[in-house]
Design a protein around this ligand. Structure first.
Ligand SMILES: Nc1ncnc2c1ncn2[C@@H]1O[C@H](COP(=O)(O)OP(=O)(O)OP(=O)(O)O)[C@@H](O)[C@H]1O
Ligand SMILES: [Mg+2]
Length: 136
């Protein structure tokens, strides 16, 4: 953030090469299923972490994508709910991608049924949006 640059803040995390691990400072290592470094693109995050969850919806599984982190860490940016009109397609975040994926999946399944001469399956999509904020 511009404010952080002005304050002279510097990068304090390092991704261990070839490992899903973040180093905080010199000795605090945290290992996760996936770690994305600074130059990661939104589509990489989507295809690694979210795509399968949307496909899972069609198999009847529930899924949650939860963004957690301190202020300015990029939750809104990564989830894609800033709804900045000037945002490029590459910068679209998780929610717009997931919605598009879901409706494409529905159309695809309807089309497939039609091709087989079967009655098109019915889908019901309901959405809720909740953003929790906390100031400590
Ligand atoms: N990966 C990124 N690449 C480029 N810009 C980013 C990235 N992540 C965040 N930003 C930018 O950094 C700023 C802060 O990010 P964002 O608003 O997403 O943080 P946040 O975690 O939602 O914060 P808050 O808890 O205050 O809502 C925004 O201007 C956003 O566009
Ligand atoms: Mg936010």
């Amino acid at each position: 953030m511009a404010k952080e640059k002005i304050e002279g803040c510097h990068i304090c995390t390092l991704v261990t090469p070839g490992e899903p691990q973040v180093l905080l400072g010199k000795d605090k290592a945290f290992t996760y299923d996936f770690v994305f470094d600074r130059d990661s693109q939104q589509h990489e995050i989507y295809s690694a972490c979210v795509e399968k969850l949307i496909e899972g919806c069609f198999e009847g599984y529930n899924a949650t994508v939860f963004a957690y982190g301190q202020t300015g860490s990029g939750k809104t940016y990564t989830m894609g709910t800033g709804f900045d009109m000037n945002i490029s397609a590459e910068e679209q975040g998780i929610i717009p991608r997931a919605i598009k994926h879901l409706f494409q999946g529905i159309e695809h399944r309807k089309g497939e049924a039609q091709e087989r001469g079967e009655q098109a399956p019915e889908f019901k999509v309901s959405a809720q949006f909740l953003e929790l904020t906390s100031s400590l």
